[in-house]
Design a protein around this ligand. Sequence first.
Ligand SMILES: [Zn+2]
Length: 259
Amino acid sequence: MAHRGRKLKGTAGLEMSDKHERRDDARRIVILTGAGISAESGVPTFRDAGGLWEGHRIEEVATPGAFLRNPRLVHRFYNLRRADLAERQPNAAHQAISRLQACRPGRVFLVTQNVDDLHERGGSSELLHMHGELRRARCERCLARYEWDQDLGTDTACWECGRTECVRPDIVWFGEMPYGLDLIEQAMSEADLFIAIGTSGLVYPAAGLVELALERRIPRLEFNLTETDASPYFSETFPGPATQTVPRWVEQFLTKDQA
Ligand SMILES: [Zn+2]
């Protein structure tokens, strides 16, 4: 990620002049996805359950403090969610996004608040998980981050340094800094179109994206089950299941684009 960041920064000036010369196909899209898109694949959002899991508030199992106090509980929460992924399949909205990316290589910046791997399994190879990934682990001692498909526990030995009691899910918890904010900001500064799917967009820092888009006066599309408190910030809203609205929009966009 750090490497990609340097690369993006290093070529920013070049890309801008390039954009001026080729206005016709200069369109760059930033897509932000949230829990709503995965909910249509059956991934629990916890919002429906009043933000509770087995009587615990989600905040009680998703903070660095919770991990210090009760690592077993936190591991169990994420182990269950990781195992649950095997039961879930990417849906038509995930697939439509990957089709859009395939048709416009390098010009669709996909950032997700979701920690599942449904975008990847739906065919997206380039995306940023701003809140981390269930199928990754990280070490609090040596700071290594790596793919991890199994259950985690206090006795899990770090893949890099071999120590135990220091491996945690590679998830951005409440109060921690999301990943790739510099990359997101860079992508927003070059975007001609901003799309939010399955996210109310009211949670910071994601909420800042629609405000950035508003400041830059670029079109802002919202795909959500229903209108949200953030809807007034968007230039167009598409209420309904993302599995229906997103594929329809992508199809129309690509047809218009090629005409
Ligand atoms: Zn380690």
